[in-house]
Design a protein around this ligand. Structure first.
Ligand SMILES: Cc1cc2nc3c(=O)[nH]c(=O)nc-3n(C[C@H](O)[C@H](O)[C@H](O)COP(=O)(O)OP(=O)(O)OC[C@H]3O[C@@H](n4cnc5c(N)ncnc54)[C@H](O)[C@@H]3O)c2cc1C
Length: 454
Protein backbone atom coordinates (compact mmCIF):
# COMPACT_ATOMS: atom_id res chain seq x y z
CA UNK A 1 0.00 0.00 0.00
CA UNK A 2 1.38 3.47 -0.85
CA UNK A 3 2.00 5.93 2.02
CA UNK A 4 -1.20 7.94 1.33
CA UNK A 5 -3.49 4.92 1.40
CA UNK A 6 -1.68 3.52 4.38
CA UNK A 7 -2.19 6.77 6.32
CA UNK A 8 -5.87 6.82 5.30
CA UNK A 9 -6.25 3.21 6.45
CA UNK A 10 -4.74 4.14 9.82
CA UNK A 11 -7.29 6.95 10.14
CA UNK A 12 -10.49 5.11 9.19
CA UNK A 13 -9.64 1.40 9.21
CA UNK A 14 -8.31 -0.63 6.30
CA UNK A 15 -11.68 -1.95 5.16
CA UNK A 16 -12.95 1.58 4.62
CA UNK A 17 -10.25 2.46 2.09
CA UNK A 18 -10.87 0.98 -1.34
CA UNK A 19 -8.60 1.09 -4.36
CA UNK A 20 -10.25 -1.57 -6.52
CA UNK A 21 -10.08 -0.18 -10.10
CA UNK A 22 -13.65 -1.29 -10.94
CA UNK A 23 -15.06 0.36 -7.84
CA UNK A 24 -13.10 3.54 -8.52
CA UNK A 25 -14.18 3.62 -12.18
CA UNK A 26 -17.85 3.28 -11.17
CA UNK A 27 -17.49 5.92 -8.46
CA UNK A 28 -15.75 8.29 -10.88
CA UNK A 29 -18.74 8.21 -13.26
CA UNK A 30 -21.72 10.42 -12.54
CA UNK A 31 -25.42 9.55 -12.29
CA UNK A 32 -26.12 10.44 -15.93
CA UNK A 33 -23.18 8.24 -17.06
CA UNK A 34 -22.11 11.10 -19.36
CA UNK A 35 -19.16 12.32 -17.26
CA UNK A 36 -16.15 10.25 -16.17
CA UNK A 37 -13.07 11.00 -14.10
CA UNK A 38 -10.13 9.37 -12.31
CA UNK A 39 -9.74 8.53 -8.64
CA UNK A 40 -6.94 6.95 -6.64
CA UNK A 41 -8.90 5.77 -3.59
CA UNK A 42 -12.33 5.70 -2.02
CA UNK A 43 -12.39 6.45 1.69
CA UNK A 44 -15.42 6.19 3.96
CA UNK A 45 -14.96 7.90 7.33
CA UNK A 46 -17.39 7.19 10.18
CA UNK A 47 -17.64 10.59 11.88
CA UNK A 48 -16.46 14.20 11.84
CA UNK A 49 -13.17 13.32 13.59
CA UNK A 50 -12.34 10.78 10.88
CA UNK A 51 -13.36 13.23 8.13
CA UNK A 52 -10.98 15.74 9.72
CA UNK A 53 -8.16 13.18 9.76
CA UNK A 54 -8.77 12.24 6.12
CA UNK A 55 -8.73 15.87 4.99
CA UNK A 56 -5.55 16.63 6.93
CA UNK A 57 -3.76 13.60 5.48
CA UNK A 58 -4.78 14.41 1.91
CA UNK A 59 -3.92 18.07 2.22
CA UNK A 60 -0.48 17.31 3.61
CA UNK A 61 0.11 14.74 0.85
CA UNK A 62 -0.96 17.20 -1.86
CA UNK A 63 -3.84 14.90 -2.90
CA UNK A 64 -7.08 16.42 -4.21
CA UNK A 65 -10.34 15.32 -2.55
CA UNK A 66 -13.78 15.01 -4.11
CA UNK A 67 -16.74 14.68 -1.74
CA UNK A 68 -19.46 12.16 -2.59
CA UNK A 69 -22.89 11.88 -0.99
CA UNK A 70 -25.61 9.86 -2.74
CA UNK A 71 -24.09 10.69 -6.18
CA UNK A 72 -27.46 11.70 -7.62
CA UNK A 73 -26.15 15.16 -8.53
CA UNK A 74 -26.73 16.10 -12.16
CA UNK A 75 -23.86 18.55 -12.75
CA UNK A 76 -20.84 16.23 -12.41
CA UNK A 77 -19.98 17.65 -8.97
CA UNK A 78 -18.78 14.25 -7.75
CA UNK A 79 -16.62 13.49 -10.79
CA UNK A 80 -12.91 13.65 -9.86
CA UNK A 81 -10.60 15.24 -12.44
CA UNK A 82 -7.22 14.95 -10.67
CA UNK A 83 -6.87 11.30 -9.62
CA UNK A 84 -8.58 12.44 -6.43
CA UNK A 85 -9.30 10.68 -3.17
CA UNK A 86 -13.07 10.19 -3.04
CA UNK A 87 -14.48 10.99 0.38
CA UNK A 88 -17.85 9.28 0.78
CA UNK A 89 -20.29 10.38 3.50
CA UNK A 90 -22.22 7.11 3.38
CA UNK A 91 -21.26 6.10 6.94
CA UNK A 92 -22.41 9.39 8.50
CA UNK A 93 -25.86 8.01 9.18
CA UNK A 94 -26.77 9.06 12.71
CA UNK A 95 -30.44 10.00 13.17
CA UNK A 96 -31.39 12.05 16.23
CA UNK A 97 -34.73 12.15 18.05
CA UNK A 98 -37.67 13.83 16.36
CA UNK A 99 -38.38 16.98 18.37
CA UNK A 100 -42.12 17.47 17.83
CA UNK A 101 -42.20 20.48 20.13
CA UNK A 102 -39.41 22.52 18.54
CA UNK A 103 -40.11 20.90 15.14
CA UNK A 104 -36.55 19.88 14.44
CA UNK A 105 -34.24 16.89 14.00
CA UNK A 106 -30.45 16.38 13.75
CA UNK A 107 -29.11 13.90 11.21
CA UNK A 108 -25.78 12.79 9.82
CA UNK A 109 -24.89 14.10 6.37
CA UNK A 110 -25.06 10.62 4.84
CA UNK A 111 -28.70 10.01 5.82
CA UNK A 112 -30.90 9.71 2.74
CA UNK A 113 -33.97 11.86 2.25
CA UNK A 114 -36.17 8.74 2.23
CA UNK A 115 -34.80 7.69 5.65
CA UNK A 116 -35.53 11.16 7.01
CA UNK A 117 -39.07 11.01 5.62
CA UNK A 118 -39.65 7.55 7.14
CA UNK A 119 -38.37 8.84 10.49
CA UNK A 120 -40.57 11.94 10.77
CA UNK A 121 -43.82 10.71 9.17
CA UNK A 122 -44.98 8.54 12.13
CA UNK A 123 -44.72 11.65 14.36
CA UNK A 124 -47.23 13.47 12.13
CA UNK A 125 -44.48 15.67 10.68
CA UNK A 126 -43.01 16.26 7.27
CA UNK A 127 -39.77 17.56 5.84
CA UNK A 128 -40.22 20.52 3.47
CA UNK A 129 -38.02 19.41 0.56
CA UNK A 130 -38.88 16.40 -1.56
CA UNK A 131 -37.09 15.22 -4.71
CA UNK A 132 -37.53 12.15 -6.89
CA UNK A 133 -34.01 10.92 -6.05
CA UNK A 134 -35.07 10.60 -2.39
CA UNK A 135 -33.92 6.96 -2.00
CA UNK A 136 -30.25 7.84 -2.66
CA UNK A 137 -29.84 11.62 -2.27
CA UNK A 138 -28.29 12.46 1.10
CA UNK A 139 -29.11 15.35 3.38
CA UNK A 140 -25.46 16.51 3.18
CA UNK A 141 -25.56 16.51 -0.63
CA UNK A 142 -28.90 18.30 -0.60
CA UNK A 143 -27.53 21.02 1.68
CA UNK A 144 -24.34 21.24 -0.39
CA UNK A 145 -26.38 21.84 -3.56
CA UNK A 146 -29.17 23.81 -1.84
CA UNK A 147 -31.64 21.40 -3.44
CA UNK A 148 -35.11 22.61 -4.38
CA UNK A 149 -37.73 20.12 -5.49
CA UNK A 150 -41.43 19.48 -5.64
CA UNK A 151 -42.60 21.72 -2.78
CA UNK A 152 -40.43 24.83 -3.07
CA UNK A 153 -43.50 26.98 -3.73
CA UNK A 154 -44.52 26.37 -0.10
CA UNK A 155 -41.36 25.46 1.82
CA UNK A 156 -38.47 26.89 -0.21
CA UNK A 157 -35.11 25.25 -0.92
CA UNK A 158 -32.85 23.43 1.57
CA UNK A 159 -31.52 26.80 2.79
CA UNK A 160 -34.92 27.43 4.37
CA UNK A 161 -34.79 24.09 6.26
CA UNK A 162 -31.26 24.30 7.69
CA UNK A 163 -31.11 25.31 11.38
CA UNK A 164 -27.50 24.39 11.95
CA UNK A 165 -24.54 22.52 10.53
CA UNK A 166 -21.46 20.60 11.56
CA UNK A 167 -18.73 21.13 8.95
CA UNK A 168 -15.13 20.01 8.65
CA UNK A 169 -13.12 22.83 7.08
CA UNK A 170 -10.44 22.14 4.47
CA UNK A 171 -7.74 22.53 7.16
CA UNK A 172 -9.41 19.81 9.26
CA UNK A 173 -11.04 22.10 11.85
CA UNK A 174 -14.47 20.93 12.96
CA UNK A 175 -16.99 23.79 13.22
CA UNK A 176 -20.39 23.31 14.82
CA UNK A 177 -22.86 26.06 14.05
CA UNK A 178 -26.01 24.87 15.80
CA UNK A 179 -28.85 27.22 16.62
CA UNK A 180 -30.41 26.35 19.96
CA UNK A 181 -33.02 29.12 20.03
CA UNK A 182 -35.13 30.64 17.27
CA UNK A 183 -33.81 34.17 17.62
CA UNK A 184 -30.04 34.48 17.23
CA UNK A 185 -27.75 36.87 15.36
CA UNK A 186 -24.22 36.38 16.67
CA UNK A 187 -22.00 37.06 13.67
CA UNK A 188 -21.98 35.86 10.09
CA UNK A 189 -24.63 33.38 8.99
CA UNK A 190 -22.06 30.66 8.26
CA UNK A 191 -24.73 27.99 7.67
CA UNK A 192 -25.98 30.07 4.75
CA UNK A 193 -22.44 30.22 3.36
CA UNK A 194 -21.95 26.45 3.45
CA UNK A 195 -25.43 25.79 2.06
CA UNK A 196 -25.02 25.64 -1.71
CA UNK A 197 -21.21 25.69 -1.50
CA UNK A 198 -21.09 22.30 -3.30
CA UNK A 199 -18.27 20.90 -1.19
CA UNK A 200 -15.84 23.71 -2.04
CA UNK A 201 -15.69 25.15 1.50
CA UNK A 202 -15.74 22.05 3.70
CA UNK A 203 -17.38 18.69 4.26
CA UNK A 204 -20.80 18.86 5.91
CA UNK A 205 -20.97 16.05 8.46
CA UNK A 206 -24.26 16.72 10.31
CA UNK A 207 -27.30 18.93 9.86
CA UNK A 208 -30.05 20.31 12.14
CA UNK A 209 -33.24 20.54 10.12
CA UNK A 210 -36.60 22.25 10.55
CA UNK A 211 -39.73 20.10 10.31
CA UNK A 212 -43.35 20.98 9.59
CA UNK A 213 -46.64 19.59 10.83
CA UNK A 214 -48.09 17.21 8.26
CA UNK A 215 -51.28 18.59 6.71
CA UNK A 216 -54.60 16.94 7.55
CA UNK A 217 -55.83 17.11 3.97
CA UNK A 218 -54.19 17.09 0.59
CA UNK A 219 -55.81 17.53 -2.78
CA UNK A 220 -54.16 17.32 -6.17
CA UNK A 221 -55.27 18.17 -9.69
CA UNK A 222 -53.98 17.68 -13.19
CA UNK A 223 -55.06 20.23 -15.79
CA UNK A 224 -54.11 20.31 -19.47
CA UNK A 225 -53.41 23.34 -21.67
CA UNK A 226 -52.99 23.63 -25.42
CA UNK A 227 -51.02 26.83 -25.06
CA UNK A 228 -48.03 27.45 -22.77
CA UNK A 229 -48.78 31.17 -22.29
CA UNK A 230 -52.20 30.33 -20.87
CA UNK A 231 -50.65 27.75 -18.57
CA UNK A 232 -48.26 30.42 -17.29
CA UNK A 233 -51.23 32.70 -16.55
CA UNK A 234 -52.70 29.82 -14.54
CA UNK A 235 -49.44 29.49 -12.60
CA UNK A 236 -49.70 33.15 -11.56
CA UNK A 237 -53.15 32.45 -10.07
CA UNK A 238 -52.42 29.08 -8.50
CA UNK A 239 -49.11 29.88 -6.82
CA UNK A 240 -50.87 32.54 -4.71
CA UNK A 241 -53.43 30.16 -3.21
CA UNK A 242 -53.10 29.59 0.52
CA UNK A 243 -51.78 26.10 1.14
CA UNK A 244 -50.57 25.42 -2.40
CA UNK A 245 -47.62 23.07 -2.04
CA UNK A 246 -46.79 22.05 -5.63
CA UNK A 247 -47.20 23.62 -9.05
CA UNK A 248 -45.40 21.41 -11.54
CA UNK A 249 -45.11 21.81 -15.29
CA UNK A 250 -45.20 18.55 -17.25
CA UNK A 251 -45.13 18.25 -21.00
CA UNK A 252 -47.53 15.88 -22.72
CA UNK A 253 -44.76 13.97 -24.45
CA UNK A 254 -43.00 13.28 -21.14
CA UNK A 255 -46.30 12.16 -19.58
CA UNK A 256 -46.90 9.81 -22.49
CA UNK A 257 -43.44 8.25 -22.06
CA UNK A 258 -43.94 8.02 -18.28
CA UNK A 259 -47.33 6.45 -18.70
CA UNK A 260 -46.10 3.72 -21.05
CA UNK A 261 -43.07 3.13 -18.82
CA UNK A 262 -45.21 2.75 -15.70
CA UNK A 263 -47.90 0.67 -17.43
CA UNK A 264 -50.94 2.78 -16.55
CA UNK A 265 -52.74 5.62 -18.27
CA UNK A 266 -52.39 9.27 -17.28
CA UNK A 267 -53.76 12.15 -19.36
CA UNK A 268 -51.22 13.12 -22.03
CA UNK A 269 -53.19 14.28 -25.09
CA UNK A 270 -52.47 17.99 -24.69
CA UNK A 271 -49.00 19.53 -25.05
CA UNK A 272 -48.83 20.94 -21.51
CA UNK A 273 -50.06 19.96 -18.06
CA UNK A 274 -50.04 21.49 -14.60
CA UNK A 275 -49.88 19.26 -11.56
CA UNK A 276 -51.18 21.31 -8.64
CA UNK A 277 -51.41 20.22 -5.03
CA UNK A 278 -52.94 21.99 -2.04
CA UNK A 279 -52.78 21.06 1.61
CA UNK A 280 -54.62 22.30 4.66
CA UNK A 281 -56.27 21.44 7.95
CA UNK A 282 -59.60 20.99 6.13
CA UNK A 283 -60.64 19.77 2.71
CA UNK A 284 -59.64 22.32 0.06
CA UNK A 285 -61.03 20.46 -2.98
CA UNK A 286 -63.64 23.13 -3.75
CA UNK A 287 -61.16 25.94 -3.47
CA UNK A 288 -58.77 24.26 -5.88
CA UNK A 289 -61.59 23.40 -8.31
CA UNK A 290 -62.78 27.03 -8.33
CA UNK A 291 -59.27 28.37 -8.86
CA UNK A 292 -58.71 25.98 -11.75
CA UNK A 293 -62.03 26.97 -13.31
CA UNK A 294 -60.83 30.58 -13.35
CA UNK A 295 -57.71 29.37 -15.24
CA UNK A 296 -59.89 27.86 -17.99
CA UNK A 297 -57.83 24.78 -18.90
CA UNK A 298 -58.40 22.91 -22.17
CA UNK A 299 -59.57 19.70 -20.57
CA UNK A 300 -61.72 18.82 -17.60
CA UNK A 301 -59.19 18.90 -14.73
CA UNK A 302 -59.14 15.84 -12.53
CA UNK A 303 -59.49 17.53 -9.13
CA UNK A 304 -59.53 15.79 -5.77
CA UNK A 305 -58.07 12.65 -7.16
CA UNK A 306 -58.44 9.77 -4.73
CA UNK A 307 -55.23 8.61 -2.99
CA UNK A 308 -54.60 6.00 -5.69
CA UNK A 309 -55.14 8.53 -8.49
CA UNK A 310 -52.93 11.04 -6.76
CA UNK A 311 -50.20 8.44 -6.28
CA UNK A 312 -50.40 7.58 -10.00
CA UNK A 313 -49.92 11.18 -11.10
CA UNK A 314 -47.03 11.70 -8.69
CA UNK A 315 -45.47 8.43 -9.89
CA UNK A 316 -45.68 9.76 -13.46
CA UNK A 317 -44.04 13.00 -12.33
CA UNK A 318 -41.28 11.12 -10.51
CA UNK A 319 -40.77 8.91 -13.59
CA UNK A 320 -39.77 11.90 -15.74
CA UNK A 321 -36.20 11.68 -14.46
CA UNK A 322 -36.09 8.02 -15.52
CA UNK A 323 -37.81 8.27 -18.91
CA UNK A 324 -35.52 11.04 -20.09
CA UNK A 325 -32.74 8.42 -19.92
CA UNK A 326 -34.61 6.06 -22.26
CA UNK A 327 -32.44 6.93 -25.27
CA UNK A 328 -29.14 7.18 -23.37
CA UNK A 329 -27.87 10.15 -21.39
CA UNK A 330 -29.92 13.23 -22.32
CA UNK A 331 -28.48 16.71 -22.64
CA UNK A 332 -29.75 18.41 -19.49
CA UNK A 333 -30.46 22.05 -18.68
CA UNK A 334 -31.55 23.20 -15.21
CA UNK A 335 -32.83 26.69 -15.99
CA UNK A 336 -35.02 29.20 -14.21
CA UNK A 337 -36.59 32.10 -16.07
CA UNK A 338 -38.95 34.94 -15.26
CA UNK A 339 -42.49 33.64 -15.84
CA UNK A 340 -43.19 36.13 -18.62
CA UNK A 341 -40.12 34.90 -20.56
CA UNK A 342 -40.86 31.17 -20.44
CA UNK A 343 -43.23 30.77 -23.40
CA UNK A 344 -40.94 32.66 -25.81
CA UNK A 345 -37.90 30.78 -24.49
CA UNK A 346 -39.59 27.42 -25.02
CA UNK A 347 -40.64 28.33 -28.60
CA UNK A 348 -37.10 29.36 -29.45
CA UNK A 349 -35.36 26.47 -27.73
CA UNK A 350 -37.58 23.88 -29.42
CA UNK A 351 -36.74 25.47 -32.81
CA UNK A 352 -33.05 25.57 -31.93
CA UNK A 353 -33.01 21.88 -30.96
CA UNK A 354 -34.76 20.95 -34.23
CA UNK A 355 -32.21 22.98 -36.16
CA UNK A 356 -29.01 21.78 -34.43
CA UNK A 357 -29.84 18.19 -33.46
CA UNK A 358 -31.98 16.45 -36.03
CA UNK A 359 -34.22 13.78 -34.54
CA UNK A 360 -33.61 14.92 -30.97
CA UNK A 361 -36.62 15.12 -28.65
CA UNK A 362 -36.95 17.99 -26.16
CA UNK A 363 -38.82 17.10 -22.95
CA UNK A 364 -39.71 19.87 -20.51
CA UNK A 365 -40.86 19.80 -16.92
CA UNK A 366 -40.10 21.71 -13.75
CA UNK A 367 -41.11 23.50 -10.59
CA UNK A 368 -42.77 26.21 -12.63
CA UNK A 369 -44.06 28.33 -9.73
CA UNK A 370 -40.46 29.46 -9.20
CA UNK A 371 -39.70 29.74 -12.90
CA UNK A 372 -37.77 26.45 -12.89
CA UNK A 373 -37.72 24.63 -16.23
CA UNK A 374 -35.80 21.39 -16.76
CA UNK A 375 -35.07 20.88 -20.43
CA UNK A 376 -33.89 17.39 -21.34
CA UNK A 377 -32.92 16.74 -24.92
CA UNK A 378 -33.27 13.06 -25.73
CA UNK A 379 -31.56 11.33 -28.64
CA UNK A 380 -28.76 13.88 -28.82
CA UNK A 381 -25.39 12.18 -28.59
CA UNK A 382 -23.23 15.27 -29.02
CA UNK A 383 -23.81 17.68 -26.14
CA UNK A 384 -21.51 20.28 -27.73
CA UNK A 385 -23.95 21.08 -30.56
CA UNK A 386 -26.49 22.36 -28.06
CA UNK A 387 -24.88 23.31 -24.78
CA UNK A 388 -23.57 26.78 -25.49
CA UNK A 389 -26.41 28.02 -27.76
CA UNK A 390 -29.12 26.85 -25.34
CA UNK A 391 -27.24 28.31 -22.38
CA UNK A 392 -26.96 31.63 -24.24
CA UNK A 393 -30.68 31.52 -24.95
CA UNK A 394 -31.42 31.02 -21.24
CA UNK A 395 -29.21 34.01 -20.40
CA UNK A 396 -30.67 36.16 -23.17
CA UNK A 397 -34.17 35.56 -21.84
CA UNK A 398 -33.10 36.81 -18.40
CA UNK A 399 -32.80 33.33 -16.93
CA UNK A 400 -30.24 31.59 -14.75
CA UNK A 401 -28.30 28.50 -15.79
CA UNK A 402 -28.39 26.78 -12.38
CA UNK A 403 -31.79 26.70 -10.76
CA UNK A 404 -31.46 23.89 -8.22
CA UNK A 405 -28.79 21.39 -9.30
CA UNK A 406 -25.86 23.72 -8.68
CA UNK A 407 -22.91 24.56 -10.92
CA UNK A 408 -20.87 21.41 -10.36
CA UNK A 409 -17.94 20.76 -12.66
CA UNK A 410 -20.16 20.73 -15.71
CA UNK A 411 -21.20 24.39 -15.69
CA UNK A 412 -18.17 25.97 -14.07
CA UNK A 413 -17.07 27.68 -17.29
CA UNK A 414 -20.55 29.18 -17.68
CA UNK A 415 -20.62 30.75 -14.21
CA UNK A 416 -20.13 34.22 -15.70
CA UNK A 417 -23.43 33.80 -17.57
CA UNK A 418 -25.11 34.22 -14.19
CA UNK A 419 -22.63 36.13 -11.99
CA UNK A 420 -20.48 39.20 -12.59
CA UNK A 421 -16.68 38.88 -12.47
CA UNK A 422 -16.67 40.92 -9.24
CA UNK A 423 -19.13 38.48 -7.70
CA UNK A 424 -17.13 35.42 -8.84
CA UNK A 425 -13.94 37.00 -7.49
CA UNK A 426 -15.58 37.58 -4.09
CA UNK A 427 -16.62 33.91 -3.96
CA UNK A 428 -13.10 32.88 -5.00
CA UNK A 429 -11.64 35.02 -2.18
CA UNK A 430 -13.75 33.08 0.32
CA UNK A 431 -12.69 29.79 -1.26
CA UNK A 432 -9.00 30.77 -1.10
CA UNK A 433 -9.31 31.91 2.51
CA UNK A 434 -10.69 28.54 3.61
CA UNK A 435 -8.87 26.33 1.09
CA UNK A 436 -5.69 28.08 -0.07
CA UNK A 437 -4.45 24.85 -1.68
CA UNK A 438 -7.68 24.46 -3.69
CA UNK A 439 -7.59 20.74 -2.97
CA UNK A 440 -11.23 20.21 -1.90
CA UNK A 441 -13.65 19.66 -4.82
CA UNK A 442 -11.12 21.30 -7.14
CA UNK A 443 -13.21 20.75 -10.28
CA UNK A 444 -16.37 22.32 -8.89
CA UNK A 445 -17.94 25.74 -9.39
CA UNK A 446 -15.01 28.01 -10.31
CA UNK A 447 -14.17 28.66 -13.97
CA UNK A 448 -10.85 27.58 -15.45
CA UNK A 449 -9.78 31.21 -16.03
CA UNK A 450 -9.58 31.62 -12.23
CA UNK A 451 -7.85 28.34 -11.54
CA UNK A 452 -5.42 28.48 -14.43
CA UNK A 453 -4.98 32.23 -14.90
CA UNK A 454 -2.22 31.79 -17.46
C1 LIG B 1 -34.25 11.28 -10.31
C2 LIG B 1 -33.63 12.56 -9.86
C3 LIG B 1 -34.46 13.62 -9.47
C4 LIG B 1 -33.88 14.80 -8.99
N1 LIG B 1 -34.73 15.83 -8.62
C5 LIG B 1 -34.19 16.94 -8.11
C6 LIG B 1 -35.04 18.02 -7.69
O1 LIG B 1 -36.27 17.99 -7.85
N2 LIG B 1 -34.46 19.09 -7.12
C7 LIG B 1 -33.11 19.18 -6.95
O2 LIG B 1 -32.63 20.19 -6.40
N3 LIG B 1 -32.29 18.19 -7.36
C8 LIG B 1 -32.79 17.09 -7.92
N4 LIG B 1 -31.96 16.08 -8.34
C9 LIG B 1 -30.49 16.23 -8.23
C10 LIG B 1 -29.87 15.62 -6.95
O3 LIG B 1 -30.67 14.59 -6.43
C11 LIG B 1 -29.64 16.73 -5.93
O4 LIG B 1 -28.68 17.63 -6.43
C12 LIG B 1 -29.19 16.22 -4.55
O5 LIG B 1 -29.20 17.32 -3.68
C13 LIG B 1 -27.80 15.61 -4.55
O6 LIG B 1 -27.61 14.91 -3.34
P1 LIG B 1 -26.49 13.75 -3.26
O7 LIG B 1 -26.40 13.26 -1.86
O8 LIG B 1 -26.76 12.73 -4.29
O9 LIG B 1 -25.20 14.59 -3.61
P2 LIG B 1 -23.99 14.18 -4.57
O10 LIG B 1 -24.49 14.00 -5.95
O11 LIG B 1 -23.21 13.10 -3.98
O12 LIG B 1 -23.13 15.53 -4.50
C14 LIG B 1 -23.59 16.73 -5.04
C15 LIG B 1 -22.54 17.84 -4.75
O13 LIG B 1 -22.51 18.08 -3.35
C16 LIG B 1 -21.22 17.76 -2.81
N5 LIG B 1 -21.46 17.08 -1.53
C17 LIG B 1 -22.18 15.95 -1.32
N6 LIG B 1 -22.25 15.68 -0.02
C18 LIG B 1 -21.55 16.66 0.62
C19 LIG B 1 -21.24 16.92 1.99
N7 LIG B 1 -21.68 16.13 2.97
N8 LIG B 1 -20.49 18.00 2.28
C20 LIG B 1 -20.03 18.83 1.30
N9 LIG B 1 -20.28 18.62 0.00
C21 LIG B 1 -21.04 17.55 -0.34
C22 LIG B 1 -20.55 16.89 -3.86
O14 LIG B 1 -19.14 17.03 -3.83
C23 LIG B 1 -21.14 17.44 -5.14
O15 LIG B 1 -20.45 18.62 -5.54
C24 LIG B 1 -32.48 14.91 -8.89
C25 LIG B 1 -31.66 13.86 -9.29
C26 LIG B 1 -32.21 12.70 -9.78
C27 LIG B 1 -31.32 11.57 -10.18
Amino acid sequence: MDPLRSALADAVGERFVNSDPDVLAARATDHTTRYHGWASALVRPADAAEVSAVLSICRRAGAKVTVQGGRTGLEAGTVPEHDDVLLSTERLTSVGDVDGDELRISVGAGVTLATLQRTVTPAGLRFGVDIASRDSATIGGMVATDAGGLHTVRYGHMAAQVLGLEVVLPDGTIVRRRRRVGAENCGYDMSALWTGSEGTLGVITAVDLALHRAPGHCVAALAGFADLSRLIEAVRVLRRLDGVDAVELLDGRGLELASSRLGFAVPAELPWYLLVEMEGSCDCTEELAEALQRCDPDDEPAVGMDPAGRARVWAARDAFAEVVQLFGAPVKFDAALPLDAIAAFVDEVVALVADRAEGAIPVLFGHIADGNVHLNVLRCLDESVLYRPVTELIRDHGGVIASEHGVGAHKRNYLDFARSHADISAMWAIKRALDPDDYLNPAVMFPDWLRQPN
